[in-house]
Ligand binder design. Structure first.
Ligand SMILES: *Cc1c(COP(=O)(O)O)cnc(C)c1O
Length: 402
């Protein structure tokens, strides 16, 4: 695949009728190296955020050796893409017995998460052969924690309540060769304090259960930069997590893990869309609620936008809303998306920061959703890893710990 300098070059070369996903391999590589070098523990990539095989390979090249998978299809995908020398961790707390058995016996996956006694029984059953229980299970109890510091809650669905955690930890300890505790603070956690409250709950659960703990997994939730969401530097998250991890009553050689999805891949993709029609300040574009802009439609996420190859700099700006290409009224993105006030049909827009839960969400509904993928070498519209970002702690849109 040839590498274009930027979106404008792609538009000049292809004048594309369909939305074009742009890959930035250098940005994903940089994110992987940052986490691997700076996080004070093991880094698992949460595959669901963006399962594209080219990205998996880039993250692996950047030093990521562990992969958080949630379905048997993700297990097979990572194995077939990256081979046998990577470690798979099946971190969905509700799995099918057949998926567990295939992951364990055929793909060498030993690490499973769970949040109930039923799931423990299921894992033990699925990994028993000829009446002999598996001796090498690495099991992680998923604890329910608060999502109050995150833009997207993950608190309702999974995780054992603190009141039931001790009993479950004790039961799992009987079956596990290696016992971990994991949690997820919700996606796009805007302050490191999200992890402090999670680790405080872990402490309470461990103290109550009095069992030996081999691993603490602080999950995903590490943020990226979007309009109106400027998180503190990731180093702040890492140092706060490290400090609180060390204060836990756990085995002296216990490991610290994290499972970033968004933070590793948000900068990997942007997308070129074309304006097919303008109606007042609504632009009808060729991707939307059933495409890579799923989050823009369904949860009002504001991705950064810019007009491609237009007179950009001193253009007067206006706020726009978008309609996607399908015939569904719900295919609507409120934004607001600031663009030059003279936007019109035929103009191209680049939508940035779509690598996480963007490119992965495309469907073929209504015959839309296909389109080419190209690589570009310019910088993502914003980055947590470039080192030239203004320190957001001096602004007032984030909670400061100091
Ligand atoms: C989705 C998910 C992640 C990744 O979350 P991000 O917010 O994208 O970092 C990590 N772990 C588990 C168990 C998840 O479900």
């Amino acid at each position: 695949m040839s590498i274009f300098p930027d979106a404008a070059a792609v538009v000049r070369a292809l004048s594309p009728d369909e939305p074009v996903i742009l890959n930035r391999p250098h940005a994903a590589r940089r994110a992987a190296e940052f986490f691997v070098q700076k996080f004070p523990g093991k880094v698992l990539y949460a595959v669901k955020a963006n399962p594209s095989p080219d990205l998996l390979q880039i993250l692996h090249d950047g030093g990521v050796t562990h992969y958080d998978v949630a379905s048997i299809a993700e297990v097979r995908l990572v194995r077939s893409t990256l081979g046998r020398d990577v470690t798979l961790c099946f971190m969905h707390p509700v799995k099918t017995e057949r998926a567990i058995a295939e992951a364990y016996f055929e793909h060498g996956c030993k690490t499973f998460s769970l949040d109930s006694h039923e799931e423990l029984d299921k894992i033990v059953r699925a990994t028993t052969r000829d009446g002999v229980e598996a001796k090498d299970l690495r099991l992680c109890v998923r604890l329910r924690v608060s999502s109050e510091y995150s833009e997207l809650s993950l608190a309702a669905k999974f995780g054992v309540d603190l009141t039931d955690a001790a009993g479950l930890l004790q039961a799992v300890r009987q079956k596990a060769d290696w016992l971990g505790v994991c949690f997820h603070v919700g996606s796009q956690a805007m302050t490191p304090f999200a992890y402090v409250q999670g680790l405080e709950r872990v402490r309470a659960a461990i103290a109550e259960a009095s069992v030996v703990i081999d691993m603490i997994d602080v999950g995903g939730g590490f943020p990226s930069v979007y309009p109106g969401m400027e998180p503190p530097p990731l180093e702040d998250y890492f140092s706060v997590i490290h400090r609180h991890f060390y204060e836990l009553p756990i085995a002296y050689n216990a490991e610290l893990w994290c499972e970033p999805g968004r933070a590793l891949c948000a900068e990997y993709n942007s997308m070129i869309v074309r304006v097919e029609k303008r109606r007042e300040n609504e632009l009808f574009i060729n991707d939307g609620a059933y495409g890579a802009l799923f989050d823009a439609a369904h949860i009002g996420w504001r991705f950064p936008v810019r007009r491609v190859a237009g007179p950009e700099n001193d253009a007067e700006m206006a706020d726009f809303a978008f309609y996607g290409p399908t015939c569904d009224d719900a295919d609507y993105m409120e934004g607001p998306f600031p663009l030059p006030a003279d936007m019109r049909a035929g103009d191209f827009i680049e939508v940035g920061m779509l690598g996480a839960y963007g490119a992965a969400m495309r469907t073929a509904f209504n015959g839309f959703g296909d389109g080419p993928v190209e690589a570009v070498s310019d910088e993502p519209m914003s980055s947590l890893y470039r080192g030239d970002r203004a320190d957001p702690r001096v602004s007032d849109n984030v909670i400061s710990l100091r």
